[in-house]
Design a protein around this ligand. Structure first.
Ligand code: SF4
Length: 426
């Protein structure tokens, strides 16, 4: 192990110190960031106390397949949602450079603990009411629809053409490995009738959903490149749109960067109001190394230009770009100085903000199945400073990105911070 990896607690500020250094950031958001960076291990007694009828455990998506009794996220007591890697206790478990948090079961409650000390009681994501039902074709609904606490998620193309193009997938991504591990019974594109049945059923549960979210791996084919992906989104959005009376419904797609013509079709022909195309990395050279497929087929500058066009079409604050925060420190080509990375990243984030595009910070964590599974994650201090810097930019440019905020998405530390200036307290 390189210097500073095995003894990481000795050389980088811990949770309490980072909370002290960033009084404007909610301690719950900082804790969430750390759990997302390090993951969590479920003790055997905690696992035995899971009740799948109320604690959501079933998940089938691009990056994860879980049909066991292990949840894939939880809530902190202030409502902050934490979507993270949770593993069962296993002595042969893949060793990370920073050991994961522990989730234990103490006095009738699941608790998050670190170094043997309980930090916070947690609650699991509630199992949605449709979970155990079947579509008219007999497919279990949980296999075609995912429910976060705030929204329903539809994963359309459950793999990505970049992985099929000689392993040109993004180096942190596990979509290729997930598809390989599950392809015995998983279609690349789930049956759209099944999805429609599940959405119709989900909408019967009062108060559960604030938005509809669609995501898909890149599809390169079509009359023009990516037309097949655009057509798939349009068909699904039109099917879902039938169940609403409004022309525009709180909805978002996380998709490839589309051309202006493709974006206009999505805007004009569907209920869609939010669009995200993830740059993943805010530096052109690193983008080419970390996301070779995106670089080859579209390129950093063209991707960014398409985001600007999207903001013109959908409106400022309705377009965002995901960044895998911390992956920019991957070696051998990444930054070795976090101060330098912060300066470069916030400058590029401001460039995007000036054009009406927000950043959604996702925390880089290492996972077996990705090319980067041996990389080291960034420090908590760096990730928190980046979240704070992004929040300051959102305030400066008035970018209230509703599709990605704490009420609607709940996955991004920087957009969780919006609750402080939207009247919800720190
Ligand atoms: S675009 Fe990159 S991150 Fe997204 S599914 Fe494809 S390989 Fe994975």
């Amino acid at each position: 192990m390189a210097q500073g990896q095995s003894d990481w607690r000795a050389w980088e500020p811990g949770l309490a110190e980072v909370v002290k250094r960033h009084p404007k950031v909610s301690p719950f958001v900082i804790l969430k960031t750390d759990v997302q960076r390090r993951g969590a291990v479920l003790t055997e007694r905690a696992r035995r106390a899971i009740r799948p009828e109320k604690d959501s455990t079933l998940y089938r998506g691009i990056n994860l397949e879980s049909n066991a009794d292990i949840p894939w996220g939880f809530l902190l007591r202030d409502g902050t949602s934490v979507l993270c890697t949770i593993e069962a206790e296993d002595p042969d478990r893949f060793e990370r450079t920073r050991e994961p948090y522990t989730i234990d079961y103490v006095d009738g409650k699941h608790v998050l603990a670190d170094e043997g000390k309980a930090l916070e009681a947690i609650t699991w994501i509630p199992t949605p009411a449709y979970t155990w039902k079947k579509t008219r074709k007999g497919t279990p609904m949980w296999q075609v629809l995912i429910a976060r606490p705030q929204r329903m998620d539809i994963n359309l193309y459950q793999t990505c053409d970049f992985w099929k193009d000689g392993g040109m997938g993004c180096r942190f991504c596990v979509a290729g490995a997930t598809m390989k591990a599950t392809k015995h019974d998983k279609a690349e594109i789930p049956d759209l009738d099944d999805i429609e049945d599940a959405v119709r059923e989900a909408l019967k549960q009062p108060g559960r959903y604030r938005s509809v979210f669609l995501c898909s791996g890149t599809i390169l084919t079509g009359a023009e490149p990516q037309d097949d992906e655009v057509n798939l989104y349009i068909e699904m959005l039109q099917r879902v749109g039938k169940y609403f009376t409004e022309r525009k419904v709180m909805s978002q797609i996380v998709a490839t960067a589309f051309t202006e013509k493709q974006l206009r079709r999505l805007h004009d022909e569907t209920m869609l109001c939010g669009y995200t195309a993830d740059l993943e990395v805010l530096d052109e050279e690193l983008f080419s190394w970390i996301c070779p497929g995106k670089a080859k087929h579209i390129g950093y500058r063209e991707w960014r230009e398409r985001l600007y066009r999207a903001a013109d079409i959908f409106g400022p604050g309705r377009v965002s770009s995901g960044v895998v925060s911390g992956v920019e420190m991957a070696q051998p080509h990444g930054f070795s100085d976090e101060d330098e990375a912060l300066r470069v990243y916030l400058a590029e984030a401001e460039n995007l903000a000036r054009h009406g595009v927000s950043i959604s910070q996702q925390i880089f964590h290492v996972e077996p199945g990705s090319v980067f599974f041996r990389q080291r994650t960034a420090t908590l201090e760096y990730l928190t400073a980046f979240a704070e810097g992004l929040d300051a930019l959102s305030r400066k440019y008035g970018l209230t990105c509703h599709c990605d905020d704490y009420l609607t998405c709940g996955n991004h530390p920087n957009t969780d911070m919006a609750r402080a200036w939207q009247g919800g307290g720190r």
